[in-house]
Design a binder for this molecule. Structure first.
Ligand SMILES: NC(=O)c1ccc[n+]([C@@H]2O[C@H](COP(=O)([O-])OP(=O)(O)OC[C@H]3O[C@@H](n4cnc5c(N)ncnc54)[C@H](OP(=O)(O)O)[C@@H]3O)[C@@H](O)[C@H]2O)c1
Length: 283
């Protein structure tokens, strides 16, 4: 069965989406990146995650090109800089993103990380964008539990639709407190760097001998093992970035992989879950 994450009672999304960080940086890779994103859509990876930051808007342009004639098949996420989180700046940043993406709405708009602008100002800008039909939902990224608690206390803060944070087998800090708190509120967590290619706890998991052996035994790749692990919890979506068709197809196939208790126990032994509060890992 293909795994899904519940965003609201009437919205279930595939538990694996597509990241775009580093796309749009090199002109000679552009067609390959467009083709990879389009293949992802074909394979059911309908959530596409981008940001105004990536390649300084270049990644959004690649996504815009990939979505030509296909916009209605994608669930599109972008993010704005913390210094664009004020009332007018957030509206203007969103309009610039929409232009680069060649669309008139985002399905989800995220504050990329927390800055100095009061949360209430950002919430009111998000509400305005929703009223204008420019975004369907809004959320946050790189918010630890304390930030989420502050947000939930703000008027309108409960409307936050997702928190996007770093999460992979070698960086499990959120399991201690943030993830259970989000799960208790049915707030989806979007796991970035699910293949552990970045972050403070960056790890070369792809060449880990025991993970390799486990994957081989099941006839899957280590990347698929890692993705299946990230989405083993029902409220977590993984957003791997892949610019090769082979990787995209492999990642999509991970939607139907379930790990058994024995495999999960081995992975816990290799990369133990946190026993205390950990600083939020970020890139
Ligand atoms: N909110 C935030 O602050 C934040 C921060 C970082 C990232 N993100 C988002 O999360 C996304 C994912 O994170 P990420 O791009 O840093 O790291 P990632 O998805 O963990 O790793 C991406 C790397 O893994 C490779 N890869 C993908 N699928 C593979 C497969 N099946 N087998 C082997 N290698 C594979 C890709 O290669 P190819 O490209 O060659 O296929 C790429 O080099 C980003 O693209 C971005 O959208 C958000």
């Amino acid at each position: 069965m293909s795994k899904k994450v519940r965003f609201s009672p009437d919205l279930m999304l595939p538990a694996i989406g597509q990241g775009t960080w580093y796309m749009g940086e090199k002109a000679d890779l552009r067609q390959q990146e467009v083709a990879a994103l389009q293949e992802g859509l074909e394979c059911g990876l309908t959530v596409i995650d981008t940001a105004e930051m990536y390649a300084d808007g270049g990644a959004e342009k690649v996504v815009g090109e990939a979505l030509q004639g296909r916009r209605d098949r994608a669930w599109l996420v972008s993010k704005f800089y913390p210094w664009h989180a004020g009332s007018d700046e957030a509206i203007e940043a969103c309009e610039r993103s929409l232009k680069r993406l060649q669309t008139d709405y985002l399905d989800l708009y995220l504050l990329h990380w927390r800055g100095n602008i009061p949360l209430e100002e950002t919430i009111s800008a998000m509400e305005k964008l929703q009223q204008q039909g420019k975004i369907r939902r809004w959320g946050v990224s790189n918010f630890d539990l304390g930030d989420m608690q502050e947000l939930w206390q703000e008027q309108g803060g409960n409307a936050c639709a997702a928190n996007q944070v770093l999460y992979h087998l070698a960086s499990r800090g959120i399991e201690f407190d943030l993830l259970p708190a989000c799960e208790a509120r049915h707030l989806p967590v979007m796991a970035y760097c699910p293949l552990a290619q970045a972050g403070r706890l960056r790890h070369d998991l792809m060449s880990h001998p025991e993970l390799h052996a486990m994957a081989q035994q099941q006839g899957i790749s280590v990347a698929q093992l890692l993705l299946a692990w990230v989405i083993r919890r029902p409220g977590v979506m993984a957003i791997p970035k892949a610019s090769s068709i082979k990787h995209v197809q492999e990642n999509a196939a991970a939607l139907t992989i379930t790990l058994n208790d024995e495999q999960l126990t081995i992975m816990d032994r290799l990369f133990p879950p946190p026993q205390s509060k950990q600083p939020l890992d970020v890139v």
